[in-house]
Design a protein around this ligand. Structure first.
Ligand code: MN
Ligand code: MN
Length: 294
């Protein structure tokens, strides 16, 4: 681990913390443009822009117990990254705290979900909600099985099919066919636009609850947001969700959430607005989770 600065208001010790954050500066399987490895530190810097007080929840983040471990010390080996994320997530879960992971590319989510799977009853009593423009259901991509483009496929095939994808608007013909064949639960960005985010996220939570899930892991691939608002991502995809949609999804899902990540911010491709939005969404999750418990 190395740490230049902590996320704003992450002033608690590890022992006292309810929320424990760490960064994963890894983008070695990026397919279109590199740079998400810079995101954890840029998101931390951006976090100081905001007031400590959250008016919607009437809570001040300085009153909460948040710890920032810093960033994993990584090279470009995907397997090493996955092991490191798994080990740290396992420690945080074992210690009864809520892990918050700052990516880095989406590949890391697999290890967080694996850590929860191992810590869960059998059959698993938790599910996964992924907000993403992309299906990420490829069997392999550019010769790699552990790639950001395969992360939902790997979670569903290896770990749990209690998984719902929201905000989808991109995938190969094979990925859409695979989703249909396997009964993957997913909702398009157009559906969110038509129906509103609230019924969509509630439908996802109900579907997971019907399968016996008591808790969820929430993964936000920042490219779910329209590139007009978040152009600094690895694979921008038009016709996306609004920042307000994603904030509302976080507010509704937070009470059920046992872990959270925000991935794929790529700070080299904008003027700071994507990392700023990412930092704000992380802060919204912390506020929402601390106030709303199920
Ligand atoms: Mn993704
Ligand atoms: Mn994506």
């Amino acid at each position: 681990m190395f740490r230049e600065r902590v996320f704003a208001d992450a002033s608690s010790s590890y022992e006292d913390a309810d929320f424990v954050m760490f960064g994963v500066p890894f983008d070695a399987t990026s397919s279109f443009r590199y740079g998400s490895s810079e995101a954890p530190d840029v998101i931390r810097k951006a976090s100081y822009n905001f007031e400590t007080y959250n008016d919607f929840f009437n809570i001040d983040l300085t009153d909460l117990h948040i710890h920032d471990l810093g960033d994993l010390d990584l090279d470009t080996h995907t397997g090493d990254m996955l092991h490191a994320v798994h080990d740290v997530a396992t420690m945080i879960i074992r210690d009864g705290k809520v892990p918050i992971i700052l990516g880095g590319e989406h590949t890391l989510t697999y290890s967080c979900v694996r850590a929860f799977t191992e810590a869960s009853d059998n059959p698993p009593d938790f599910g996964v909600i992924v907000l993403d423009a992309h299906l990420d259901l490829r069997d392999e991509y550019l010769g790699a099985k552990q790639s950001h483009a395969c992360v939902s496929r790997n979670i569903i095939d290896d770990l749990t099919d209690n998984c719902v994808l929201i905000g989808v608007r991109s995938g190969s013909a094979e990925e859409y066919a695979h989703a249909k064949e396997k009964g993957v639960l997913w909702h398009s960005a157009d559906k969110v636009d038509d129906a509103g985010i609230e019924p969509v996220i509630r439908e996802a939570l109900d579907a997971l609850s019907d399968r016996g899930c008591k808790r969820i892991y929430l993964s936000i691939d920042t490219d779910v947001i329209d590139p007009a608002y978040a152009p600094g991502v690895g694979n921008p995809e038009p016709f996306g969700l609004s920042p307000r949609d994603v904030r509302d999804a976080i507010r509704i899902a937070a009470p059920y959430t046992c872990g959270f990540d925000l991935v794929e911010v790529n700070p080299g491709y904008d003027r700071g607005e994507s990392a700023m939005l990412g930092a704000r969404l992380v802060r919204e999750f912390i506020a929402a989770k601390s106030v709303r418990t199920c």
